[in-house]
Design a protein around this ligand. Structure first.
Ligand code: SF4
Length: 158
């Protein structure tokens, strides 16, 4: 295996270990926050862009629940659990802005391990409880996640 592949694999393993540890550490605090003080963030790369009817804002989308990607199911679940909102975000900076505007006490973030690692570090400064659910297929488009893991995270303490 070439050196750059080894470095990439080692970095990925450190992201996996860090996010798993943070999920465990923050689980209790997260579960104590009422669901109506929690936000969900999903990445825009999960959308089925060929047919997506989400409403586009400056730096995020609001899912229209067309059913062409898993975000529809996540959106419905968040609503059923009485979450504040679900944002389909275009990038990490958007999350900071939304948090400053909406002032949640906890967040669930769905992202690749790299973004999850960054988000945990950023959210620590905001003193927010967080749970991270990794993408099972990452990349720039047609990404995917495990709905059972999302459901487990969203339902903590509910
Ligand atoms: S379910 Fe939502 S995010 Fe996914 S393609 Fe449909 S409108 Fe877009």
């Amino acid at each position: 295996m070439k050196l750059c592949k080894l470095v990439k694999k080692s970095k990925q393993q450190s992201y996996i270990a860090f996010t798993a540890k943070q999920n465990k550490l923050q689980e209790k605090k997260f579960a104590s926050v009422p669901s109506n003080r929690r936000l969900v963030f999903a990445p825009h790369c999960m959308r089925n862009t060929a047919v997506c009817t989400a409403i586009e804002k400056d730096s995020y989308y609001i899912c229209a629940e067309c059913g062409a990607c898993k975000i529809a199911q996540i959106s419905k679940l968040a609503k059923n659990l009485n979450y504040m909102a679900l944002y389909v975000v275009k990038g990490g900076r958007t999350i900071t802005k939304i948090i400053q505007d909406q002032k949640p006490q906890a967040v669930v973030g769905i992202a690749c391990f790299f973004e999850g690692d960054l988000a945990f570090k950023m959210l620590k400064e905001e003193n927010l409880a967080a749970q991270f659910v990794p993408l099972t297929k990452d990349g720039c488009s047609a990404t995917d996640t495990d709905l059972k893991q999302v459901e487990r995270a969203l339902s903590l303490g509910c």
